[in-house]
Design a protein around this ligand. Sequence first.
Ligand code: NDP
Length: 497
Amino acid sequence: MTATRTPGLPVVEDGFLISTSPATGVEAGRVPVSDDKAVDAAVERARVAAAWWAGLGFDGRKTRLLRWRALLVQRIEELGELTHAETGKPATDAIIEAIAAIEHVDWAARNAKRVLGPRRVKTRLLVAEHAGHLEYQPYGVIGVIGPWNYPILTPLGPISGALAAGNAVVLKPSEYTPAVGQWLVDTFAEVVPEQPVLQAVHGLGDVGAALCRSGVGKIAFTGSTATAKRVMATCAETLTPVILEAGGKDALIVDADADVAAAAEAAVWGAMTNAGQTCIGIERAYAVTQVYDAFVAAVVEKAGRLRLGEEIGPITMPGQVDIIRRHIDDALAAGATAVLGGADAVQPPNVAPTVLVDVPDDSAAIREETFGPTLTITRVADADEAIAKANSLPYGLGGAVFGKANGVRIARRMRAGMVAVNSTLSFVGNANLPFGGMGDSGFGRIHGDDGLREFGRAKSISVRRAPSLLPSMTFERTPAQVQRIVKAVKLLYGRRP
Ligand code: NDP
């Protein structure tokens, strides 16, 4: 574990995938690479495990998931260190990430029965003598494909929902963070040793593609928009359903009555945490003219205090540095001003906090996902202009608003799956709230009731309990009976409200 390699670049050697620290190049993790046959074999094993796991019922699974939750909590520092080693993010940030993930494990375990369990539903006129039964049955095996930026939280959202719903899971972690993925699988096996209910397969993108083709019941993908399209195309070959959690370019709107200091503090956190490598990171701010100057000054002051190597780690994926540099350089060439950082901020593998103003609306820094500790701030006349600009991109993941009188009204009008009011990113911490986007940010939901329902197929059962009073669905109905049905419908539905 001492060899020094190109910082951050994973390598495949002798059948092993080796991840490296983006800060030092020291080996961080080593896992066996899975070929297509190994992926198929894992899915086959998972099918058997899924039948056993589903047979435990909601209560049996809840007990085991809560035992896993306890183990994750007991070993949280170890998980924080491993995540630090593979991603470069501060270990304390990794621990907060783990806590958010553990919330979802706990919530899914406790709520699966309520959301997915069998229940009676009311019947309707044409089948008045039938009882309606609804339940959500597991798909069998769910394939989870995860990114590197939040290697604990992003896979554990779909994994906890899928497991609580009664599925087995095969996880393909990012090639940058395989050891974190394997660690999650190994700890689960400690509390559920009987069957391989949660497994990992490792390698590069082709392993993810093999998982898409393996006949799993559903794929829950988190990653970039470009890869999401490839995943959907591959899954289309077998009509395998998908959840796609893709990229974003989230906006923060600062309204005239906002608490400017609080808005600046949250903007800096939302934009710079995890060195800006956050799908729901704030990348654009729109401040109305009354508060614009004060907001820019407060953001610059707060972001300027962040220390590289302390609050902000290196850029995890070496290639991302070029994208961040291009966005900054293009914006400056197009007339933007760096009020903090700028071209010199990019010193691989680090990027210092950068705040850009007067950035043209058609710049890459406004339109494309930057994934670095950068923020553009744009002056707008009012909240309407801010909303129009915020909503002008194909992405629609998250967003934020600071304002007193109209915060929630503005949030409703933002083209985004999730919006935080008077904070940034907070929706991810509430396990009751579904998480997901629209447009180029993908579709489907994880977390919350909607997230759980993604991992069960609705199963409808209609049970006849008595002879039909108004037989409609039979060749044996008589004209008089049809007349009675029509009369009943006229009585019930014929009057205009
Ligand atoms: P990528 O899209 O590059 O990769 C995501 C995962 O897909 C990785 O495990 C990757 O494997 C795998 N993969 C690559 N090619 C294929 C393929 N053809 N078929 C199946 N799987 C494949 O994303 P990143 O890992 O770079 O993550 C960053 C992106 O994720 C950002 O755009 C970010 O916004 C987004 N994201 C979205 C979130 C959300 O909830 N909406 C949350 C977090 C991140 P490998 O690593 O081996 O290439």
